[in-house]
Design a protein around this ligand. Structure first.
Ligand code: AMP
Length: 604
């Protein structure tokens, strides 16, 4: 059968894929499936396509072209060296590189392709894409909408009526589409977006933050020097990716600048919270587009069957969270969001070629994994809160860390109690194991502890907890965490049933599993265990500190003179009100006042 390939011709990156053994497979070059959509000329006039062109872009912009997709369908020319080219000619160079990549690996010529375009592309843009294919020696058997391609990877048969919301945030563009599919007929009901918004804008915001701070500290603007700027840009992009999985990222670049004959080094830490505050306004804009697309399709959030994430930038956890808040259901990114569109194009190509096509197989964790902690934001401390760290449907292997805080002043130990499940009450989830970390510093409540989970394809789970200030760390390994869950699920179900039969009217629906397995040190006395609270959500740390302060005030209240007591109680009420109303600024002000008063009372 003559191969028909699927191609995602993207603004920032492009990929080529083919269905083999009923599965879409993306062609790689040196282990990399992504071809950056950059075209350039080297110093000696050679044509460069992909990573080589991207690498020279900062230093030789006059010899490099990026984001040509934005110009497709326009009657313009772009300059490369001393020649001028139409946008479809530049796109053809990218397509040719992809075609060569596939042909080299297949060992046969590749002459036919399905190429994807954004749903909002007009006729001229689609026609230009077709021409680009032909210039690259490809017969374009179908121009396919990108959201349709993405929907195919999640549901290739599309027999029942299904509506998918496809949220696609790449490097330079954003679009959201609502796709309706039934019996192979796929329709884009509405599509909205912003062609000037993408992950690159997040990099720019981070770049400015880092450079502003560096300038304040050293009086040197790194943006003024092209090489320094490009080094910072590369470093912040890597930091941004790291922040998708961890609560902090360090940005380190040695010898980045010079001042008064002295070398200056960049060494800065960014927290996910700072980063999220920075990008929130941009994400709010994307959420407005989501609403607009729903309105245009005359649908409400609950009529969407599946929310699908496409584009590298959708790995940002805040996006998943905002979409979940807005649409009331989880967003799916099991199929690699970078490769999803190319795989969908390959599936469409496979269907046209008459190949058998199955659902995309992915190794994912079927249940969320996280730890037990105290939720201070409910107006009262809830001790059985489940804080997921690796969420359900995350592709494996997965490595994620999250920040937690100690709950009490001078808390020298914490219990790390690991659970699997979806309930925010651990008593409805399944314990995987637990261990203690001892020897923490004697500091006020709110001591940051980073908890990291690493789950590999064999179901081996590594859990570590580290005191951030000192680096004190304890780590354990749980063999067979996934299989263990299945077994425990059965055991627990049996246990629950037995309890039900044995204890009519019994209330305790929770039982400890066997202790001392999997290298965990069993801890004693459930109620006494020192706890953690989750971070770094807004107000979390303030809430913990407020609660510790209230405890202290309660203790002091008994030995306080009646005239002072009234004032302490008034301030305690202010703290409690701000806590329940989640007004963090007011909470900080009220806490400061209460702390000052307590300080004075302690002295008398
Ligand atoms: P795309 O155009 O779909 O290839 O997406 C590229 C964008 O995704 C770039 O801005 C990348 O920096 C961004 N990106 C890739 N991986 C991640 C990640 N793990 N977290 C956040 N952004 C990412």
């Amino acid at each position: 059968m003559e191969p028909i390939v699927g191609i995602d011709l993207g603004t920032t990156n492009s990929e080529i894929a083919l269905v083999r053994d009923s599965q879409p497979f993306v062609f790689e070059d040196n282990g990399d499936p992504i071809l950056p959509s950059f075209v350039g000329l080297s110093e000696d006039g050679r044509l460069l396509v992909g990573a080589a062109a991207k690498n020279q872009w900062v230093l030789a912009p006059e010899r490099t072209i990026k984001s040509i997709k934005r110009k497709m369908g326009q009657d313009v020319k772009v300059k490369l060296g001393d020649q001028e080219y139409r946008p479809q000619e530049i796109s053809a160079m990218i397509l040719k590189a992809l075609r060569d990549r596939a042909a080299a690996q297949l060992g046969v010529p590749v002459n036919k392709a399905v190429i994807t375009v954004p749903a909002y592309f007009n006729d001229a843009q689609r026609q230009a894409t077709r021409e680009a294919g032909e210039l690259a020696g490809l017969e374009v058997v179908r121009i396919l909408n990108e959201p349709t391609a993405a929907s195919l990877t999640y549901d290739p048969s599309q027999r029942e009526l299904r509506r998918l919301l496809v949220y696609d945030l790449g490097g330079g563009t954003f679009d959201v589409s609502i796709v309706q599919a039934q019996e192979g007929v796929v329709e884009v009901l509405a599509s909205h977006g912003d062609t000037q918004l993408g992950g690159d804008d997040f990099d720019d915001l981070l770049l400015n933050l880092v450079c502003d701070r560096f300038q304040q500290e050293h009086g040197v603007d790194l943006r003024a020097n092209l090489v320094a700027r490009s080094r910072v840009l590369r470093a912040v992009e890597a930091a941004k990716r790291h922040l998708s999985y961890h609560p902090f990222a360090r940005i380190e670049e040695e010898f980045i600048a010079e001042k008064d004959g002295q070398a200056l080094h960049l060494n800065m830490e960014i927290s996910r919270q700072e980063y999220e505050t920075l990008i929130q306004p941009l994400l709010d804009r994307t959420m407005d587009c989501v609403q607009q697309a729903l309105d245009d399709a005359n649908l409400i959030a609950s009529s969407i069957d599946k929310v699908v994430l496409v584009g590298g930038a959708t790995r940002t956890p805040l996006i998943t969270q905002m979409l979940e808040d807005r649409l009331g259901q989880p967003a799916h990114q099991e199929v690699n969001p970078d490769l999803c569109v190319a795989m969908g194009a390959a599936i469409q190509a496979g269907i046209i070629a008459g190949a058998e096509v199955g659902s995309v197989l992915v190794d994912i964790t079927p249940h969320s994994l996280g730890i037990k902690c105290v939720d201070s934001q409910r107006g009262f401390p809830f001790e059985y809160h489940f804080a997921p760290i690796i969420h359900r449907n995350t592709p494996l292997p997965a490595s994620r860390s999250e920040l937690f805080y100690t709950f009490h002043d001078n808390q020298t130990e914490v219990e790390i109690d690991v659970y699997q499940g979806e309930s925010d009450d651990v008593r409805h989830n399944h314990r995987v194991g637990r261990f203690m970390v001892q020897g923490l510093s004697r500091v006020p409540a709110g001591n940051p502890i980073v908890v990291q989970l690493d789950l590999n394809l064999d179901g081996i789970l590594k859990v570590s907890a580290r005191e951030r200030a000192t680096g004190l760390q304890k780590q354990v390994v749980i063999e067979n965490a996934l299989a263990r869950f299945e077994r425990e699920e059965l055991d627990q179900a049996r246990e629950r049933l037995e309890q039900l039969w044995a204890l009519p009217g019994g209330t305790d629906d929770y039982q400890d599993e066997d202790e001392g397995t999997n290298g965990f040190t069993p801890s004693t006395e459930e109620e006494e265990l020192p706890s953690l609270v989750p971070g770094p959500r807004e107000g979390q740390r303030e809430a913990v500190q407020a609660r510790a302060l209230l405890e202290k005030a309660e203790r002091l209240l008994d030995r306080t003179q009646p005239e002072d007591r009234v004032e302490v109680e008034r301030l305690m009420t202010r703290v409690r009100t701000a806590l329940t109303d989640r007004q963090w600024d007011k909470l900080t002000a009220a806490c400061n006042e209460l702390a000052d008063t307590l300080f004075y009372l302690e002295d008398i």
